[in-house]
Write a protein that binds this ligand. Structure first.
Ligand code: SF4
Length: 350
């Protein structure tokens, strides 16, 4: 861990760090509270001036900086393009639901998974985010909007299982009552199917929701669109999901992006229902989220028509599979993963 990264520490670690430096332990608690409010050292009013200067030099704050902010005129969804201390860009989206505010955060700058429908991977992986940079997206958005964010989805740029050490520390930190106090049950983590990561996460036994980007029912089509499937095929992935449920008791969510003419027929829906039943058993609680693909010009993919989406959903429900069509938020602010970062990157190159 970066030794100057104060926000990636637990309160106890911060106290220990302060004690090592000969600083009073209680000061760590004060600083911790301010950091989670996104307050810069200069404004930490209950700290002596010398301490503020020392912290500024020893532990420079590196919260994400808002580079662009787009607010949907349709539903108020806010999309942020953040720049990090080294100039890398990431995205976060804040959505308002009846139960409160949810943020979708990034865990990597870029992604190396290569999914064929996703803009986040078009330039590959630049680097992993530190726990503080994941927390920072919530802290900065919350302060900017003046709201408490109560739910987190790790479905933005990056593959969480590809940065799992940092993601696990982030999950621990975001849950602490001294910090953001976001309950594990209010956190979802999405993976494209990194099976060894799912198995490792199961051992942590955290009551978060695991979400699988499945999207296809046969290995040939899935491997063509999602290279991870060449390493872990659908059967192995679903068996890992069954084990995850056995370990944690948590319902699993499956994301299924519908692409016109590719995976959106009633026959595909029947195949999906059969696959889930075969590998997870009839009694395992699960949910299928149907998402018409976001058009990505570079990929030439078209979303399924609404009638086909509804038919796919009804076919699943008639077969006893809990399925819904995801409400599309922020359609006027380029809200799908990686599109803003990519278009900004392109612009800065031109
Ligand atoms: S869908 Fe997720 S895992 Fe796949 S390329 Fe995009 S960000 Fe990476």
């Amino acid at each position: 861990m970066n030794s100057s990264d104060l926000l990636s520490l637990t309160p106890q670690e911060m106290q220990a760090r302060f004690a090592e430096e000969g600083l009073p332990r209680y000061r760590a608690g004060q600083v911790y509270g301010w950091l989670y409010k996104g307050v810069p050292y200069a404004e930490m009013g209950n700290l002596p001036c010398e301490l503020r200067t020392h912290l500024e030099e020893r532990y420079p704050l590196t919260l994400p900086r808002i580079e662009r902010k787009l607010t949907s005129a349709i539903d108020g969804t806010v999309k942020y393009l953040f720049s990090l201390c080294d100039g890398q860009r990431i995205e976060s989206v804040v959505m308002k639901y009846e139960h409160g505010y949810t943020i979708c955060i990034s865990c990597q700058a870029g992604c190396r998974m290569g999914c064929g429908f996703c803009a986040s991977t078009l330039c590959g992986l630049a680097r992993n985010l530190r726990p503080s940079e994941m927390l920072g997206q919530i802290i900065v958005a919350s302060r900017d909007l003046g709201v408490r964010i109560s739910n987190v989805v790790m479905m933005g740029i990056g593959e969480p299982m590809d940065n799992l050490d940092n993601v696990l520390r982030f999950l621990h930190l975001v849950n602490l009552k001294e910090g953001l106090n976001i309950g594990y049950r209010h956190i979802s983590l999405s993976t494209c199917g990194v099976v060894d990561g799912i198995r490792r996460l199961a051992k942590e036994n955290l009551p978060i929701t695991l979400s699988i980007s499945l999207h296809f029912t046969d290995d040939e089509a899935r491997s063509a669109m999602m290279p991870i499937n060449r390493k872990w095929q659908i059967a192995e992935l679903l068996d890992a999901c069954a084990d995850y449920f056995r370990s944690t008791g948590r319902r699993i969510s499956f994301e299924f992006t519908l692409i016109q003419g590719q995976n959106d027929s009633p026959g595909q829906a029947r195949k999906l229902a059969a696959l889930l039943r075969a590998h997870l058993g009839a009694g395992t609680p699960l949910h299928v989220n149907l998402i018409p693909v976001n058009p990505v010009a570079e990929r030439g993919l078209l979303p399924s028509e609404r009638a086909r989406v509804d038919r796919f959903c009804k076919t699943l429900c008639d077969l006893g599979v809990n399925a819904t069509v995801r409400r599309k938020l922020g359609s006027d602010v380029n809200a799908s993963c990686g599109q803003l970062r990519y278009s900004e990157g392109e612009r800065s190159v031109l």
